[in-house]
Design a protein around this ligand. Structure first.
Ligand code: FAD
Length: 510
């Protein structure tokens, strides 16, 4: 039998992609082999009713699946080097969780920071960043350091080549506080100032964007190399097969997959979820072609269901207390209070703040939240007893907590681990009711440092890359995922240059 074409599809069924993902629906059991001269026995082996034969609609050098900060950052060096890039996104808009995030970018050594007089280098700031990552159970700390060290360059590339706009660190960083943080132009929640210009630059360099199509299978050739992917439209009415020299999985984490959270981090399965996009499809697709998964066990980071409020404690004085008025966690960490709330089986917690916050560097965020969540914002209250009675907190306990807070501010020392914002809370007081939700996962597809996917034996899967939150080495946040995407994009430029030289050498007979 002569095989004129041989493509193998491994992935989710088209039906599974259009409905909320269930672990069973996503088990990579669908295998379809297309042969132009097929015989009956091979059809019996591989026939799957709901998968049409592979028929490529388009070809590109690199196919990037997912358009969060990772996918967009990966595309930039490739397009700048003159290669074709297609980016496919299952949602009808670009940006993923990256766009929805608080926008706090852990960056060191960028020009924006240098210009603001911040001299600290990535090596000097690493210990602090490492402590944050350890608190959130990250395991790939060596690579996290590499990404943190690349984060300054990532921010510079976005500012210099794309005109992304960051806030002036002088407005929120003083005396060593927040010196390892970059914020978007308008502060918390303004990722459009960073990702919008990046998207526009990619468009001007010729990127092809395809939204509203979910990747449901990877396509391999007869050598077992990944050479493309299949996508299905939201209504399942259309299927697209895209061929590529390299496929990059930049599909984010798995925090919104109830089934995967149940499988890997069951302690957190009953906690609600902020996001809908991160349902672990990339991890399952890679696993389906032999990719190894790692570090996904109990790898959940929590925040508030109004995430901006959880970030306020980094930029002004806030006090987080339980419904009974006890202080629960260091307020300058974004995530610790949500975790403490769940661990204590409390349904919610209070963030108490004053005008020192609402008139500070993040006043825009405070104003936006207060006007959008009127029923969740309590106050103003002129004294502690009014605050206690307005929020139904036992007044005696609240007074004790405030006393301890003021002592902590005086001593600049906190047994719970707070390290900044040593400012008294002075009336009028306000309180915001916070509800804990899942927001981020770490762990995922095992790769080398360039993002090339590896199987259980540590061998590379040819043609397949994975970076950002979908990868075991990624997932530490916006800047490190952006840096990971950028490094993967650069590694693929090298690979494509090599291929080009080989083709040129063979066509010139060398
Ligand atoms: C509420 C919230 C607040 C956060 N705040 C911060 C913060 O302040 N600082 C910080 O550093 N980090 C923060 N994070 C984490 C940060 O957003 C993530 O680390 C980062 O966005 C991950 O980037 P990514 O590109 O890997 O994934 P994403 O941004 O999630 O992008 C993945 C994309 O892939 C798409 N996709 C998924 N599956 C498929 C498929 N099968 N086919 C096609 N497309 C697919 C998704 O729709 C999505 O657009 C926050 C996260 C949340 C949820």
């Amino acid at each position: 039998m002569e095989r004129r074409a041989f493509f193998k599809l491994v992935g989710l069924s088209a039906a599974a992609c259009a409905t909320p993902t269930l672990l069973s629906g996503c088990t990579p059991s669908t295998v379809v082999e297309e042969e132009t001269d097929s015989d009956v026995s091979s059809q019996e082996t591989f026939g799957v009713a709901d998968q049409p034969e592979v028929s490529f609609n388009s070809t590109t050098d690199v196919l990037i699946i997912g358009t969060g900060v990772t996918g967009l950052s990966c595309a930039l060096p490739l397009l700048q080097a003159g290669y074709q890039v297609t980016l496919c996104e299952k949602q009808d808009k670009l940006g993923g969780d990256s766009y929805e995030s608080d926008g706090i970018m852990y960056v060191a050594g960028s020009k924006t920071q240098e210009k603001a007089g911040i001299k600290a280098t990535a090596s000097q700031l690493w210990d602090k960043r490492k402590a944050q990552l350890e608190r959130e159970n990250y395991s790939e700390l060596d690579f996290a350091r590499k990404l943190f060290e690349a984060s300054g360059e990532w921010a510079d590339v976005l500012a210099d080549d794309c005109a992304s706009v960051f806030a002036d660190p002088k407005t929120y960083s003083d005396d060593g506080v927040n010196e390892g943080i970059l914020l978007p132009k308008n502060g918390i929640g303004d990722m459009v100032s960073v990702l919008g210009p990046l998207r526009d630059t990619l468009t001007s360099l010729g990127a092809v964007f395809q939204t509203g199509y979910t990747c449901c299978a990877l396509i391999s050739n007869n050598k077992g190399e990944i050479c493309g992917a299949r996508f299905v439209s939201a209504d399942q009415g259309d299927i697209k097969d895209i061929r590529a020299a390299y496929v990059v999985m930049a599909t984010g984490g798995f925090v919104s997959s109830q089934a995967l959270v149940n499988a890997y981090a069951p302690d957190w399965v009953r906690v609600g979820c902020y996001t809908v996009a991160s349902d672990g499809q990339g991890q399952l697709l890679c696993e389906g072609v032999g990719g190894q998964l790692s570090g996904m066990d109990n790898a959940i980071v929590l925040t508030s269901d109004v995430p901006a409020v959880a970030a306020w404690g980094l930029f002004g004085p806030t006090l987080d207390v339980s419904p009974l008025g006890e202080r629960i966690a260091p307020e300058d960490t974004m995530t610790a209070s949500a975790r403490a709330c769940v661990v204590a089986y409390d349904g919610f917690w209070w963030t108490i703040f004053t005008n020192a916050l609402s008139e500070g560097s993040q006043s825009r965020s405070v104003a936006q939240v207060v006007s959008s969540y009127k029923t969740r914002t309590y106050g103003p209250y002129d004294d502690l007893s009014a605050l206690a009675s307005g929020c139904n907190i036992p007044s005696e306990q609240l007074e004790k907590t405030f006393e301890a807070y003021e002592k902590m501010v005086d001593d600049k020392k906190d047994s719970l681990g707070r390290t900044s914002q040593w400012v008294s809370l002075e009336a009028p007081y306000y309180a915001f009711k916070q509800i804990p939700v899942r927001c981020v996962t770490h762990g995922g597809v095992v790769t080398d440092d360039t993002g090339q996917v590896q199987n259980a034996a540590g061998q590379a899967i040819v043609g397949l890359y994975c970076c950002g939150s979908a990868a075991a080495k990624g997932g530490q946040g916006l800047a490190s995922n952006g840096a990971f995407g950028m490094l993967t994009g650069r590694a693929l430029v090298d690979k494509l240059n090599e291929r080009k030289s080989q083709v040129e050498a063979s066509s010139s007979g060398n």
